[in-house]
Design a protein around this ligand. Sequence first.
Ligand SMILES: [Zn+2]
Length: 324
Amino acid sequence: MSFIRTLSGDIAPDTLGFTYSHEHLVCRPAYWVARGEDDLLLDDPAKTQADVEAFRDLGGRAIVDATAIDYGRDVPAVAQIAKNTGVTILLTAGFNKSFLWDAVMPGGQNRRYDDWIAEASMDELIKFVVSEVEDGMEGTTHRAGQVKFGTGYNVISELEEKTLRAVAQAHHATKAPIHSHTEAGTMALEQIKLLRQEGVDPHNLSVGHMDRNPDPWMHARVADTGAYLSFDGMGKIKYYTEQVRIDCILALVKRGHREQILVSGDTARKSYYEHYGRGLGLRYIIESWVPRFIEQAGEAGYDGTALIQDFFINNPRRCFSFKQ
Ligand SMILES: [Zn+2]
């Protein structure tokens, strides 16, 4: 029996509903605190909750919080938001890209992330990820619904490869789905090559930030492996217009990959949130992007409503399942 592991327990995949597949809800990364980067601190759970409520009131049902241990996440605060709003939330085990995050790591006071990864044995890293999925995260009983690793811009460092291999083994041990961070959408195929060396079937992987590298040839190669492609920068016009992202998505649809596309907003700044002040907010995709996509998909000869059902309901349901 497959299931999806959420903050409200393990649920039947069919009950997941309309899902944003890569967001950030509450986090205070020590690295950004130390540098006074206030925009990168999602530090007021009440404001986050107001955005989640807007999403829910528009028909949203589930959110995947993609924040890993190095990014100052707040598991109890996110759990409280799930409880208060009734929105299903999935948490993320594992790692981010390698970086000099000065965060508190397991087994040390303010131990640097890179030092921790370098010093830990492969076995210790695997055990850590497995425990976040099976026992709970950061001293709580809240368990993760996916396992994550990340890689850098046009490079996979030695430590990133170590975390990738640990996450692959934790996936084998737990059956948790895998999510990856790509920096600016690079190194997706290289990630998949390494995962395959570890015996991972790419159907169990979603690759993040694919729209930061709006290259239909590369997207097609990734899709050919069976992996999910996460287009998670909706609303970020500073990177690309929505048209660029929609064209990439429709190119994949045309090639027969409609069942491998995920869509989300990756809201990791105050300025992306409505209730922290200035942003489009969690309401944006469901309220504005979805109707625009349906219209443009229709002009291209597709049933846009059916595609939206795939991207936000049918695909997340499959992607985030633990397949026993
Ligand atoms: Zn993210």
